[in-house]
Design a protein around this ligand. Structure first.
Ligand SMILES: [Zn+2]
Length: 75
């Protein structure tokens, strides 16, 4: 996957999306429009909460039910 704003390329692995967002934030955040910044922040938060969810699942086992019951409180 190639960066939208420069020639940086990203390895296709589990952290691809997060790496891409980190890169955009560090290198291109200044050049984003206000709207793009808002979208960036929203999507980054979604990605991070998904990663936390996956980590949580790994630590606690099969706890989808537990997580989902709390989901509406955290959004
Ligand atoms: Zn870039």
């Amino acid at each position: 996957m190639k960066c939208k704003y420069c020639d940086e390329t990203f390895t296709e692995d589990d952290d691809l999306v997060l790496n891409y967002f980190e890169h955009t934030k560090i290198n291109h955040y200044e050049s984003l429009s206000d709207e793009d910044r808002i979208m960036h922040d929203i999507r980054e938060n979604m990605i991070k909460s998904k990663i936390n969810h996956d980590k949580f699942k790994k630590e606690t086992g099969d706890s989808d039910l537990f997580f989902n019951s709390n989901d509406s409180d955290t959004v």
